[in-house]
Design a protein around this ligand. Structure first.
Ligand code: GLC
Ligand code: CA
Length: 567
């Protein structure tokens, strides 16, 4: 049921009065905090295979991205995180790197990178690369050397162990299926891999590895990269005593027993490695973003470092595991806010079902997509968008095992269909191949591209795209949205999520009806020191509210959004 098409009728109209000079003049003074560049920036993840193909080989590339900088600028993007585009055998579509200091031919050249970086700078768009820190490809020269003999120079750059008799050293499992230990016939030992066998884990306990990896980041900073998204940071270290992971009841899609990754995930040593990478980043005013999957806010908090000397932007990926629910979101934001850290909100990426499908109910997915955008783009913190989310792109999972490209989808079929569905080509227009390529696209494009595409949505005032644009314009220009305190309102309302973003003498009121029925909300802001009885509309999905709303009573349509200024 994931692919049910929404009727196509969009409710509401986008009204922006956000950048009215009077309003800005009133509020400019409240922005007195000094913020590093990444805190007020909007980030956007690009899966380079799928963004734009410039040479007709069916695969997106760096020149393709460069050709779309104007689009990104108009959308309101300040930094792009590009998933790995380094030389790679592409077993894990680039997350198996065989050379950290080059660009894979399929994506272009270092000169193409330089051009992208330079033109990006002219557009005010910074480039963030994806650093695969946990492992390399088994074709990386480091590993080729490491596996060549037990006494090789780089033997200890990876994790090699003797087996137990004819069995692997212990019960550790790879998250992509099977034992995490791969037997090597030549040197008669096992090497460790948390992901595919073609992705051997680096030995971060070896100082030579640490310095090579830190040096790699420096090399790219010097070339103009503004930061890194650090891949799979949690799995950098394993227990040196090789204790077995606790086995849990049940099996995963690959038929392996479920385990608690107690001795292979989130070891305290991870923080030392992050501190080292941060020291280098700080010399270049660069940002480190983390792929930090956590169960709760307390866990997430540890990645900033007790002395704020680790990741500036560990991703809060917890929203991606939550249902579309006002009380659940409210509770989460309360915890995030009380942690005191600068949040990093993400609702989708290249590893999980698209947000349009995940939060959608099969009937109101477009409206729900707008609600999600209204929510996470008006909160305090830095948002990271996933390409195509802004036009309501939908998952397009393969229908047959033989069509699957992502290896885990073949291994875990049909329970695990792999990640092809969320990595489909960007939908630029309604022409063949959605304007992505003149060749044969590497991955199937969903038929919905005929209506969900940049060109058509740009012309439609009600589109998801124009809603995103309006929201991003607002958040770039409104000091309360950038810096104002987060104050939850009407905390017992089960359907409408409401909050204030309060700056001094001025606040933005946000109310999002997360239900399929009309709801009327009442606000009393006297306790917040706000005497106003009405709000001046900044942005709404409803024509009935385009001028202003009475604070005492706002009638919201199903999934309606109201954002207004109060003082
Ligand atoms: C991260 C990436 C994912 C990749 C894995 C192994 O989770 O986001 O795409 O497969 O690391 O590198
Ligand atoms: Ca290409």
């Amino acid at each position: 049921m994931r692919h049910v098409r929404v009727s196509g009728i969009l409710i509401g109209i986008v009204f922006v009065i956000a950048s009215s000079p009077a309003l800005r003049a009133q509020t400019a003074a409240s922005d007195s905090q000094a913020h590093p560049w990444y805190q007020h920036a909007v980030f956007y993840e690009i899966y380079p295979r799928s963004f734009m193909d410039s040479n007709g080989d069916g695969i997106g590339d760096l020149n393709g991205i460069t050709s779309k900088l104007d689009y990104l600028k108009t959308l309101g993007i300040d930094a792009i995180w590009i998933a790995p585009c380094f030389p790679s055998p592409q077993v894990d579509f680039g997350y198996d790197v065989s050379d950290y200091q080059n660009i894979d031919k399929m994506y272009g050249t270092l000169a193409d990178f330089d051009k992208l970086q330079k033109l990006g700078q002219d557009h005010g768009i910074k480039i963030i690369f994806d650093f695969v820190v946990n492992h390399t490809s088994d074709q990386h020269p480091w590993f080729l050397d490491s596996r060549s003999s037990r006494t090789a120079d780089k033997r200890d750059w990876y994790v090699w162990r003797d087996g137990k008799g004819t069995n692997p050293p212990n019960n550790w499992l790879a998250v992509f299926g099977g034992s995490a230990w791969q037997w090597d016939e030549k040197t008669k030992q096992y090497y460790y891999h948390y992901f595919y066998p073609q992705q051997p884990d680096l030995n971060w306990r070896n100082p030579a590895v640490v310095s090579a990896m830190n040096g790699t980041t420096e090399w790219w900073y010097r070339r103009g990269v503004a930061g890194f998204r650090l891949d799979a940071v949690d799995s950098l270290f394993e227990d040196p005593n090789l204790q077995d992971d606790p086995v849990l009841p049940g099996q995963n899609a690959y038929g392996d027993p479920l385990v608690e990754h107690k001795y292979t995930q989130k070891l305290p040593e991870v923080h030392l490695a992050l501190k080292g990478l941060r020291k280098v980043a700080d010399q270049y005013n660069a940002v480190l973003i983390g792929e930090t999957w956590t169960d709760n806010v307390a866990q997430l908090r540890t990645y900033y470092g007790a002395a704020h000397d680790e990741l500036q932007m560990p991703m809060d990926l917890m929203l991606t595991k939550m249902k579309f629910s006002a009380p659940a979101f409210r509770e989460h934001f309360k915890q995030v806010d009380s942690s005191g850290e600068w949040p990093v909100f993400v609702i989708g990426n290249h590893d999980i079902l698209r947000s349009w499908n995940r939060y959608g109910d099969g009937q109101h997915n477009d409206q729900i997509a707008k609600d999600m955008a209204a929510m996470y783009l008006t909160l305090r913190g830095t948002p990271i968008l996933y390409y195509g989310e802004e036009i309501g792109m939908q998952n397009n999972d393969p229908q047959r095992r033989e069509d699957v490209k992502d290896p885990i989808g073949r291994l875990g079929w049909p329970k695990e269909k792999g990640r092809d569905g969320e990595r489909t080509p960007m939908q630029w227009n309604d022409e063949p191949n959605a304007g992505f390529t003149t060749g044969i696209p590497w991955n199937a494009i969903p038929v919905t591209y005929k209506t969900y595409n940049v060109e058509d949505e740009a012309k439609d005032p009600n589109s998801i795209l124009n809603w995103y644009k309006a929201l991003l314009t607002l958040r770039h220009t409104d000091p309360a949205l950038l810096d104002g305190a987060y104050i939850p309102l009407n905390e017992s309302d089960a359907e409408v999520l409401s909050y204030l973003r309060k700056a001094s003498g001025y606040a933005v009121l946000v109310a999002i009806n997360m239900s399929a029925v009309p709801r009327t909300v009442h606000f009393d802001l006297a306790r917040q020191g706000i005497a106003a009885t009405s709000a001046q509309t900044l942005l709404t999905t409803q024509s009935s509210l385009k001028e202003k709303a009475s604070i005492a009573q706002i009638s919201l349509e199903p999934y309606g959004v109201y954002i207004g200024a109060v003082k």
